[in-house]
Every structure is written in C-alpha cells, then in structure tokens.
Design a protein. Structure first.
Length: 145
C-alpha cells in the first residue's frame, strides 16, 4: 500500500526487500542493497485510493478523466481546446494505446477543479461530440506534497 509499509515489512520478514526512502531505512534500521534505483531523478510516486463513493467538492480539488477519441485529424486538439476556453488548468496528459483497435488511443487527463464545477461540466460537454467515451475516474481534494 505504500513505500513505508514495504519498508516495515522488510524489517519484519526475513528475505523481504523494499524500495523506500532514506528516512524509512533509518526508521526501520534497514541496510541498503542499492541507492538511486529510479529511472529519472525527478520521479515521484502517486498513491490512489479507489472507492465507490462520490467525494464532494472541497473547494481545492483535482479531477481525473479518461477520454477515448475517434481516429481523425484534430481529435486531440478538440479534446484539449475546451480546457483553455473554459479556464480549466490541465496538470497531466498521458496517452495509452486502446485495446479496442489498432492506432486508437485513450487519453488520461488530470486537471484542477471538481467534476461538478460549472466550468468543468462545460469542458466535458464540449469534449463529448468528439469523444467515443469519457469516464470520470474521480474528483478528490488536492494532496499535500
């Protein structure tokens, strides 16, 4: 469930190793087998809580959606342009190949705001005609880094 829990388990169970912080190694008196194992020094870890309950707006939220688009010129532009027009700040955009067909892609988008916010609903409405599918993955309070 977390790097810290993995470090604790490594301290308690013989033959178990963990990828964890220097602080966790010190806390649990662990020996280092290797340091700086990340692919990139700027790596960060995101932890998600998956649930079935809708989280109400907190006033400082982020939302994650998944958008499948039709394979046509300008498809990604038509997904992104409404964010600018409605003043919604995108934080992350990732693409993954779709399982449905060759050369089709699914876009994962994180942005500021709650799914129920008026400007977010306007973005979703404007994306809909060009999307095969839009899935709301969740809205959640902004985490503290």
């Amino acid at each position: 469930s977390s790097n810290g829990k993995a470090a604790k388990l490594a301290a308690e169970e013989p033959g178990v190793a963990a990828i964890a912080s220097d602080m966790a190694a010190e806390l649990y008196d662990l020996d280092f087998l290797a340091k700086n194992v990340e692919d990139s020094p700027d790596n960060t870890t995101r932890f998600l809580i998956i649930g079935s309950e809708v989280v109400p707006a907190s006033g400082e939220d982020k939302t994650s959606i998944m958008v499948s688009v039709k394979d046509k010129p300008g498809a990604l532009y038509h997904v992104l342009e409404p964010f600018q027009r409605h003043g919604v700040n995108m934080n992350r955009l990732e693409s993954r190949p779709s399982n449905s067909s060759t050369w089709a892609y699914v876009f994962y988008i994180d942005f500021d705001g709650h799914f129920d916010d008026e400007n977010v609903q306007a973005v979703i409405k404007d994306i809909s005609p060009d999307a095969v599918d839009i899935k709301h993955l969740g809205s959640y309070p902004v985490g503290v880094l």
